[in-house]
Design a protein around this ligand. Structure first.
Ligand SMILES: CC(C)(COP(=O)(O)OP(=O)(O)OC[C@H]1O[C@@H](n2cnc3c(N)ncnc32)[C@H](O)[C@@H]1OP(=O)(O)O)[C@@H](O)C(=O)NCCC(=O)NCCS
Length: 153
């Protein structure tokens, strides 16, 4: 990440591989989900072996993975096939160089290629800049929701 000038142009977007697990885990921490490399390797393997999921990474010219996106298209009852962005993060020191945009372009291309008519996403309202980022890519706010969860006791 030393030369930031042409960072985005030198970044390659490719499918995630099992040997990316360490880098993906570190980036997951940047997203607010601390994960061990071991946990990440297990989850990545599960995601990649599941129908309708795709994980893309951004790799800089020096071989460092600086971002990832997970996109998924689950069959739903209420709408035809659509994709959802399950997670997206770029290394804090690589932000504002167009890498997030490139990752989203890869996720969208996958969605259209696999027959989705829409890409949807949910993002924590507390995430600074995330809404502006998605709106700059053409996403529009359609509703606000409550998120609830229950843990096994
Ligand atoms: C959101 C995130 C993925 C954006 O990645 P990025 O590589 O910095 O984004 P890009 O450089 O491709 O930005 C494209 C455009 O989005 C807009 N944008 C991006 N970040 C922004 C911010 N913090 N505030 C306002 N607008 C922003 C700008 O219009 C930007 O274009 P510009 O830099 O030419 O002005 C990154 O900030 C991140 O990882 N954030 C923490 C995790 C997160 O919020 N993930 C998304 C929710 S799950």
């Amino acid at each position: 990440l030393s030369d930031q000038t042409n960072l985005c142009h030198n970044v390659v977007i490719r499918l995630a591989r099992s040997d990316d697990a360490v880098a993906l885990a570190i980036l997951s921490g940047d997203l607010g989900y601390t994960s061990s490399a071991c946990d990440m390797a297990r989850r990545l393997s599960l995601v990649q072996s599941s129908e309708g999921h795709s994980v893309w990474v951004a790799q800089s010219a020096d071989g460092v993975v600086v971002g990832w996106v997970h996109v998924c298209a689950r069959p739903l009852m209420q709408v035809d096939r659509q994709a959802e962005i399950e997670g997206l993060v770029v290394n804090p020191s690589a932000r504002r160089h167009g890498i997030g945009r490139r990752l989203m372009e890869a996720a969208e291309a996958w969605a259209w290629r696999t027959g989705c008519g829409r890409v949807a996403l949910r993002t924590n309202a507390a995430r600074s800049g995330a809404r502006e980022f998605y709106e700059s890519l053409g996403y529009r706010l359609t509703k606000t929701q409550w998120t609830l969860q229950k843990d096994r006791t």
